[in-house]
Write a protein that binds this ligand. Sequence first.
Ligand code: F6P
Length: 306
Amino acid sequence: MNAAIRAVVRSALAQGVAVTGIRRGYQGLIEGDLNDLTSRSVSNVIQRGGTMLMSSRCPEMYERAGRRKAAESLRQVGIDGLVTIGGNGTIKGALALWKEERVRVVHVPSTIDNDLPGTDITIGFDTALNTAVAAIDKLRDTAASHDRIFLVEVMGRNNGHIAVDAAIAGGAEAVFIPEAHKEMPILMKRIRNWWDSGKHSLIIVVAEGEEQGGALTLAKRLAKLAGSQVRTCILGHMQRGGTPTARDRVLASSYGTRAMDAMMAGKTGTMVAIQCGELVLVPLSAGAGPAKPADQSKFRLVDRLA
Ligand code: F6P
């Protein structure tokens, strides 16, 4: 996110446009927590995880009155255009501000879950994925040396984008994702067969789904099935921090700059996106729809290569 903020600030200033940073997202906007940003404000941030502007959940944005306050805040200080950076909640707020209050918005898709529709990739996904794969590589040493089953729980509330890609890249034997919960019995049977045939070192990646820690319940079921101890590693918020990958920094820099160009060209009510390798603009509504599910063919690939 910091690389995206830097790109927005520097490309705006280069075009003679002043930039105000809104701290703590919509909550900060409603409360008027605003600061002017200069080129120096975004020095030395591209390599830092998290967001220099901070973030928060804002229940008021679910209410029309809250959204009115947010728009009023912008008008009071003479802000003509708003660049939002975030995932599902942020874009829904942006769409409402655009439709109801005619706020000129361009959205930058950013969530480690990579589940925003309308774009192939969101900021943060690559960094989280690499963290998950590095953890799997480390766990593999114990799994192999001790002949053990390991469950590795990765983030992904509604979907398994991180889980599927981490399973492929980490050479995992199986992956459990919310989109394919009906396949659970098949996967359990496969694990049982492996165990019976003497394959005892298994890495299974689990998307957290509704609740963090769900893998612990699954571990109990697997332990009964295999009659062996199962170890569980919940990666949790480790995946949301740390040094962003080069790929994420490049993506965020491109997104931020394109967002500012769109703003200057009056192409608002839009989201920057990557589609089939191209940097494009799509309507905000395209990114605010139902979450994009993980790719089925990638899900199948895990089985084929196990
Ligand atoms: O939306 C990104 C995400 O990382 C989900 O994968 C995860 O379930 C959730 O955020 C965790 O949110 P919180 O930080 O509020 O626990």
